[in-house]
Design a protein around this ligand. Structure first.
Ligand SMILES: [Zn+2]
Ligand SMILES: [Zn+2]
Length: 275
């Protein structure tokens, strides 16, 4: 049977106490407080990015039937919306509710609503149902899951089975630095991602692998010999002339390591499995 873990993403745990009524649909197994990593906060918008909070919450899962609900007192957003009050990922069994714009009744309603989505419920026409989605709020009305939604929760309860958290991560990275000059893709993104993953310690065990250079025979599986020779010898020929980035040794080495790293990542995924 699924159980619920409540996680406060702020300093105080107070707001979690008002969520006790969730016990009616799910046994609350654990209540804790965990600060989300810096990268979930967008300093330009002064809001947390709710989808990345969901990723973070998913990492806290201990068993496959554990539903995780995070609550945060700060404003959150999802792409395309200026602000949001909650988001859930039914597939991954996680939800987050922002208490920032809500009173206590609304927090409870939103929490039930997102949990309902995790139980694979869609929005519902019954105005007093937690799964009703409407702009005109009627907070004075008593809200509950309607009979249809209750029946669906009962039916779907047994089906829920989420992936385990990522205990470990294998990361392939090349420390070779390269510059493309003025280019639409800022190549610094690779080292920035590496730094963020390293600094935020999102995973308990992270193994870093230096990307090896791809074997010439492997490159031949995807390219013509003539083309590879032109690149290797840094020749400007009709085959390489229209490259959108400069052709020099540094850039060639970078791409050969890029291909080698991709191959190694594929091997690691075959060995360790993919989530
Ligand atoms: Zn909804
Ligand atoms: Zn309903």
């Amino acid at each position: 049977m699924p159980s619920l873990t409540l996680i406060s993403l702020d300093e105080n745990l107070e707001k979690l106490n008002i969520l006790k009524p969730l016990n009616e649909v799910l046994e609350i197994k654990d209540i804790k407080k965990i600060k989300p990593p810096k990268l979930t906060f967008n300093p330009d918008r002064k809001q947390y990015f709710s989808t990345s909070l969901l990723h973070f919450l998913e990492l806290q899962r201990k068993d496959r039937q554990e539903i995780i609900l995070g609550i945060i007192n700060s404003p959150i957003y999802t792409p395309g919306l200026t602000s949001a009050i909650g988001e859930s990922s039914p597939k991954r069994g996680v939800a987050v509710v922002s208490a920032y714009l809500l009173n206590n009744n609304e927090i409870i309603k939103e929490a039930f609503h997102e949990i309902g989505h995790i139980f694979l419920l869609n929005h519902c026409d019954f105005i007093n149902c937690f799964m009703h989605c409407s702009e005109d709020k009627k907070p004075s009305q008593k809200q509950e899951f309607c009979q249809n939604c209750q029946a669906l929760i009962k039916k779907n309860k047994a089906k829920l089975n989420f992936s385990k958290n990522f205990e470990s991560l294998s990361l392939v990275y090349s420390s070779k630095s390269v510059s493309f000059g003025e280019h639409i893709f800022p190549v610094e993104k690779y080292s920035l991602i590496y730094q963020v993953l390293k600094e935020n310690r999102l995973f308990k065990n992270t193994s870093f692998y230096e990307a090896p250079e791809a074997e010439f025979e492997d490159l031949l599986l995807a390219h013509d010999l003539e083309y590879l020779n032109d690149l290797k010898e840094l020749k400007l020929t009709p085959r390489t002339l229209f490259s959108e980035i400069p052709i020099n040794k540094e850039i060639m080495d970078f791409f050969i390591s890029h291909a080698g790293g991709t191959i190694l990542a594929g091997f690691l995924a075959l060995k360790e499995g993919v989530q």
